[in-house]
Design a protein around this ligand. Sequence first.
Ligand code: AMP
Ligand code: MG
Length: 323
Amino acid sequence: MGIESTAHTASVGIVDNKCRILANESSSISPEKGGIHPREAANHHAENLVPLVHQAAKKAGVPLRELDAVAFAIGPGLGPCLRTGATAARALALSLDKPLVGVNHCVAHLEIGKATTRCKEPVLLYVSGGNTQVIAFAEGRYRIFGETLDIGIGNLLDKFARSVGLGFPGGPLVESLAGKGKRLLQLPYSVKGMDVAFSGMLTAAIELHKKGESLADVCCSLQETAFAMLTEVTERALAHLDRDEVLLGGGVACNGKLRSMVSRMAKDRDAEMFVPEASLCVDNGAMIAWTGLLMHKSGVRLEVEDSSVNQRFRTDQVDVSWA
Ligand code: AMP
Ligand code: MG
């Protein structure tokens, strides 16, 4: 069983050792105004995790005592949210007398993609609300080849959508309006080496809308520019590592425009793009369960005393003993 609670989503998944998804039950908080308030999100998770655990067990047809281990996302994420998930996981593991496994959330996005698509040695473009990273396995670790220097791509879309009154979550709303856009407006294109930055683009896009540019044109330009930046750094990682597989992960991987730009780039260099199904792209418990299972089978053990969460747990800090 895997428990996810790093940000807005509380989710409990159960997988078997062939990565069949037996259950993947989620509940997300969607604030009406402003961003995610960590304390409010943690309260949401505290209310929902216990029912989700039972719902997942029922859906999977697996009594809790038959679980092999209880995994949870130990970081990175929002402190109060992480601690709520960790508390649920510890209580469950102790009461059932099962091993506890602490999983890196970003690595879980990659492992579930590898297990459920045909890719073998991908470069992962991980694009979610809070995270934007280009990750690949190299010399014994998952390494970050590029990342955002400020906000995540999903945050860019969500913050823009909110500030122009579109609502939340912004990504899908921006995507559908962008389809009606006709003009490419100039926005700051900030790629620095392998890294990207989005906050300047956010300010510029809000300004364009204030100056009277049509919302459809601004949405279209926002997608074109931001996704071109992501495609560029992903291509550079592919070239650098001499790889021919790109895997998308994170909620923004649901976006059709991003998929078409990345797959076009991949095709042009005889590479292939892979995207897990939407329920496995967004934050979910199944990916934590699967990565936890890989870790558990490779002998990773975690004592309750050592199970403090790590808000800034970096992808490249993970000791990948199971690869
Ligand atoms: P995650 O943080 O991985 O759970 O993903 C949530 C993020 O995905 C939010 O920022 C959403 O706005 C974004 N998102 C979901 N669907 C889409 C879409 N179709 N296009 C762009 N962003 C999306
Ligand atoms: Mg995520």
